[in-house]
Ligand binder design. Structure first.
Ligand code: CA
Length: 224
């Protein structure tokens, strides 16, 4: 999952980036409203964390502009403590959730997971697909109740496909949402990881849709 973090406080940026990084997200940073607006307007993000008090363009205006342009990504706003009017303005501008500063990183991560679930139409933090269970809180996977050891790259790919279950996800989309901009887009890394997931889980879990991409929509009978 690829996130945009718009926060002008450098220290908070650094701390959040580290936490999000550790949680397996790909994170782009913006330090003012104009830069944040530009990135959210031009890059595909799975979710955005948006501070409201920003230089150049305030967070509420950034959000209003995105929504006016039809940008639908979930947005979590960061507000000053006790500023109820900020919260109201944020929600009216199209925010999906908020956190008041200071906050615990764990709560931010939990709220993010909830936003990403909702955007994917998932009800629970555990995603079940036939014999496969993905615990999105702990980033753990079991097959028929047995733990499966995945690398963080393999897990990210599996989780992304599981959040878009039943849809065909193109290779370009996967590269955009799972890797930094300096990733070599012509490499066959995605194919390699898909191959490893099929091997570690089961062959028919991920289908190749020729010329279009991949789809995760397995029936339990397909499992070994
Ligand atoms: Ca600020």
């Amino acid at each position: 999952m690829r996130l945009l973090l718009v926060e002008d406080d450098r220290e908070l940026q650094r701390l959040l980036r580290k936490a999000l990084d550790d949680a397996g997200y790909v994170v782009d940073s913006a330090f003012d409203g104009e830069e944040g607006h530009f990135l959210g307007d031009t890059e595909p993000y799975d979710a955005v964390i948006l501070d409201l008090g920003l230089p150049k363009l305030d967070g509420v205006s950034v959000l209003e502009k995105w929504r006016k342009a039809g940008k639908m990504m979930p947005v979590l706003i960061l507000t000053a403590r006790d500023s109820w009017s900020d919260k109201v303005a944020g929600f009216d501008a199209g925010a999906d959730d908020y956190l008041a500063k200071p906050f615990y990183t764990e709560e931010l991560l939990a709220r993010l997971r909830a936003l990403l679930r909702r955007a994917a139409g998932l009800a629970a933090a555990d995603i079940e697909i036939g014999p496969l269970r993905i615990d999105t809180r702990a980033s753990r996977v079991t097959l028929n109740g047995n733990p499966v050891k995945l690398t963080s790259q393999e897990y990210r790919l599996l989780a992304y496909l599981a959040h878009h279950r039943g849809k065909v996800v193109s290779r370009t989309e996967l590269v955009e949402h799972l890797y930094d901009q300096d990733f070599d887009r012509d490499s066959n890394t995605i194919e390699v990881f898909v191959g490893r997931l099929r091997k570690k889980l089961y062959a028919n879990l991920i289908q190749t849709v020729r010329g279009l991409g991949y789809s995760l929509d397995a029936s339990p009978d397909d499992a070994k």
